[in-house]
Design a protein. Structure first.
Lengths: 221, 381, 229
């Protein structure tokens, strides 16, 4: 970096407003779709693990192993099949969410008080209806706590995808390095963190709306 | 032994947990602190091992102000048992019990040997030693908690609702064990409970606390039941305190009468002649066989031909309390309690009215009789 | 499936070619670099995170700050941070290590804190009641009971550091990420997939090491939960 270059040149940000907005939207899509897919996989998988307890340890082990693989390496494993596309970024990010979401679904279901479960059964709920109408709603706070962690990590991880050309705001990070110009890098970092924190705040809000009965309870990951 | 001198505990927010308590707890006895929740009984207990520091007054142990002693050192010399036992989940049962000896630097081998001894003392099998607390039932955990408190053989034991987290059957079992243990060990025990029955069952002396951390009465269980200091204490010990008091009256002194008792060889006409609805049939050693309803007796023959109704309970004049006698009266088909001697021979019978009248405390005629000061409590137990 | 076997063959070929096992750019040298970056930064992060987490957990003071730091830290794009550090401080190892430490501290800190704070108050009360000093309460009760969460924090931090150290190859640092980044630049797929295989292997070893460590040091009393009544 040349001497005298400030950390942030405000003029550059002003000049790139529209482009930044486009990349922000792209980044949000790349970061959040994996969480949605992860949830679609984790909820049935979590219910299954909750009901067949023996399945849980192996499922958790696989999810943890997937989570431990560095994103750059995992992207490369999929490049062969899906090329330098958005899917190549989103599939690994989806896999990462499982290590947080599956345990939280299982813990959430386990948090349903036994008397509630028994009462529901005694009132004549079938298994499926009981899970959907009684147990899952009660599990929502714990599940959302997991979604918050998954969403924040996912949004901040997207940037690495830029190494295969699909990093959302990560574009500005590599761009800044190439130009030896910190403004785009700082801008990207700040925007990514803002996206993550805003998403987190929205999820807290969503949980309050979804579970008005737990409003006075603290639920953190 | 343990002396509270005008001890108060006030919190910065203005609440008073303990208010000017002055009391002396006797050595080698079980003192129970009892009262409704929030009455300061636990705070009082925790001031003895400096888990809570008083804001006024002094607590002394064997004549020494406990503030002169370093808190951890003081606590190592005082056993401490709490509700849910508070065992260390990451340590085996044996290592839990060995905690204090290890803190005192006894060395692992000696500490473990001592722990094994205590495991047996509290009635747990040796194979429990290697288990972890989570693998024990609530009652077993509580026994381990007591064993841990006894680790360094402390002269003083503080117990904070130790048996309230287990079910009634296990609780009764633990209470019996505990009473047996105390007979052997003669510790100075301070015991907090909100259960007046437990207090009366286990205590040598009972301190009843009321809201605001004030001491309402300090007395023997018997005097607490017969002479509650005021309406609060009377209400707290309960409506049935009259019956409960009978537990402290020996059956030996109860007035019995001969009653409708006949040997099995008597003719049925003799039974009819008594003009009673029920007759107690006894064998030739006067041991009771059963009750028979006179109305159902055969026309002729002896009582050996009569149908007998089971006795219900008898009570022994040696060892049983007046409460057992009353129980026996209420459960008998004839509504008569049957008192037997050490050989099981019938001494006499009495109905519930006769029993309770006979067990009533001598009436006090002095005007101030209802107020009982801590040190004037009678009864040598 | 066929293609998958192809990939494996590719990886095997690359791994077995002798060129990969010698010199400054061979696997051993790169692995050593990677382990040095990761190990050093994890060690520093553990020192900071553990002591702060234990202190906050034991005293209960600063809990809100710890939770906020952890939340904020999770949102930082690690890739961006490393690139920014290189842009600002030039291409040298020390600044990148500082960034790695900064990324690894929060998971250790928050989990240590949660672990200590999560100790049942009754157990802590009992520990003081039997005459433990504050230090003894911490070392003999709180730390052993918090160990599962402390190890979780260390594991998450280790995974984070290993992954970020891989990405650090992009702005020019050494380590196993070099193979992938160079392979991508040269369109050499064999290099990319071979390097990825080594990174995956390292991640699995780290994961397995922490599982083994947990088995070795966590008291069985904290794992069993079959209360019989």
């Amino acid at each position: 970096m040349s001497d005298g270059e400030p950390l942030v040149r405000w003029q550059w940000i002003a000049d790139h407003g529209a482009e930044l907005a486009d990349y922000t939207a792209l980044h949000l899509r790349l970061g959040l779709l994996p969480v949605l897919f992860g949830l679609l996989v984790s909820v049935p998988l979590g219910i299954l693990c909750h009901r067949r307890r023996r399945l849980y340890p192996p499922v958790l082990t696989v999810a943890n192993i997937l989570y431990s693989i560095p994103s750059l390496a995992l992207f490369m494993v999929f490049v062969r099949y899906t090329g330098l596309t958005e899917q190549t970024v989103m599939i690994p990010l989806t896999l990462y969410t499982l290590s947080v979401l599956v345990p939280n679904v299982v813990d959430g279901l386990a948090s349903v008080p036994e008397p509630v479960r028994l009462a529901a059964t005694a009132m004549g709920f079938g298994t499926v209806r009981r899970v959907l109408q009684v147990e899952l709603p009660i599990a929502v706070p714990v599940v959302i706590a997991g979604v918050r962690v998954a969403a924040v990590s996912s949004i901040s991880l997207v940037a690495v995808g830029q190494l295969i050309g699909q990093g959302g705001l990560g574009y500005y990070i590599t761009r800044g390095l190439q130009l030896d110009f910190p403004t785009p890098i700082v801008t990207a970092i700040v925007l990514i963190m803002l996206l993550a924190l805003a998403t987190d705040a929205l999820l807290v809000l969503a949980q309050r709306l979804l579970t008005p009965w737990s409003r006075n309870r603290v639920t953190t990951a | 032994m343990i002396r509270f001198d005008a001890v108060s505990k006030k919190y910065p927010n203005g609440t008073t947990a303990v208010d000017e308590v002055t009391v002396e707890l006797a050595e080698g006895a079980i003192t129970i602190l009892v009262g409704p929740s929030g009455c300061g009984k636990t705070t009082t207990l925790r001031m003895i091992n400096r888990m809570v520091e008083p804001t006024a007054g002094t607590v002394s142990l064997r004549g020494r102000d406990i503030r002169e002693v370093d808190a951890p050192e003081l606590r190592r010399g005082i056993g401490y048992v709490i509700q849910h036992a508070g065992l260390f989940p990451h340590r085996t049962v044996l290592d839990n019990i060995a905690t204090v000896p290890l803190l005192l630097g006894w060395g692992r081998k000696k500490a473990r040997a001592r722990a094994a001894e205590l495991l047996e003392l509290v009635g747990l099998p040796a194979e429990m030693a290697k288990r972890y607390p989570n693998q024990l039932s609530g009652g077993q955990q509580q026994r381990v908690g007591v064993a841990r408190a006894l680790g360094a053989d402390p002269p003083v034991l503080l117990m904070d609702e130790p048996f309230s987290a287990v079910d009634p059957i296990v609780r009764a079992e633990l209470q019996t064990e505990f009473a047996r243990l105390q007979k052997e060990l003669h510790k100075t025990i301070v015991f907090v409970t909100h259960d007046i029955d437990e207090a009366i069952r286990l205590g040598d002396r009972i301190a009843v606390f009321r809201d605001g951390g004030r001491l309402a009465q300090f007395d023997t269980p018997e005097r607490l039941l017969s002479h509650p200091a005021d309406d609060f204490v009377a209400g707290f010990v309960g409506q049935d305190r009259g019956i409960r008091r009978l537990s402290f009256v020996q059956a030996a002194g109860l007035p019995l009468r001969d009653g409708p008792v006949l040997p099995v060889t008597s003719p049925v006409t003799a039974a009819r002649a008594l003009d009673e609805p029920w007759v107690l049939v006894v064998d030739d050693a006067r041991r009771p066989l059963g009750w028979t309803p006179v109305a159902d007796l055969p026309e002729s023959g002896t009582l050996a031909d009569a149908a007998l109704v089971p006795l219900g309970h008898t009570f022994s004049l040696v060892g049983d309390s007046a409460r057992a006698a009353l129980d026996s009266a209420l459960l008998s088909p004839a509504r008569l309690a049957v008192g037997v001697d050490a050989d099981g021979a019938v001494v006499g019978v009495a109905d519930a009215y006769e029993l309770t009248a006979g067990a009533a405390p001598a009436r006090r005629t002095d005007a101030a009789g209802s107020t009982v000061a801590a040190d004037s409590a009678g009864g040598d137990r | 499936m066929n293609d998958f076997l192809n990939q494996i063959r590719l990886v095997a070929d690359w791994l077995t070619s002798s060129a990969q096992w010698h010199g400054d750019e061979g696997i051993p040298a790169r692995l050593l670099e990677h382990l040095t970056y990761s190990g050093l930064s994890l060690l520093c992060a553990a020192l900071i995170g553990l002591s702060a987490g234990l202190l906050v957990g034991h005293t209960g003071r600063g809990a809100f700050a710890v939770a906020s730091v952890a939340n904020l830290a999770r949102a930082i794009p690690t890739f961006g941070l490393v690139v920014l550090v290189v842009t600002l401080a030039g291409l040298s190892t020390a600044p990148v290590l500082v960034a790695l430490v900064a990324l690894a501290v929060p998971p250790i800190l928050i989990n240590t804190f949660e672990g200590v704070r999560g100790v049942d108050p009754a157990t802590r009360d009992a520990a003081r009641g039997v005459g433990m000093t504050e230090w003894e309460v911490l070392v003999k009760v709180e730390v052993p009971m918090a160990l599962p969460l402390i190890l979780l924090g260390l594991r998450v931090a280790a995974i984070q550091v290993v992954a970020t150290a891989t990405v650090a190859a992009y702005p020019g640092l050494g380590g196993l990420g070099r193979f992938i980044v160079d392979g991508l630049a040269r369109n050499d797929y064999e290099l990319v997939i071979g390097g990825s295989a080594v990174v995956v292997a390292l991640a699995l070893v780290v994961q397995a090491a922490f599982t083994a460590l947990g088995r070795a040091v966590v008291s069985p009393g904290l794992r069993v939960s079959a209360p019989k009544s």
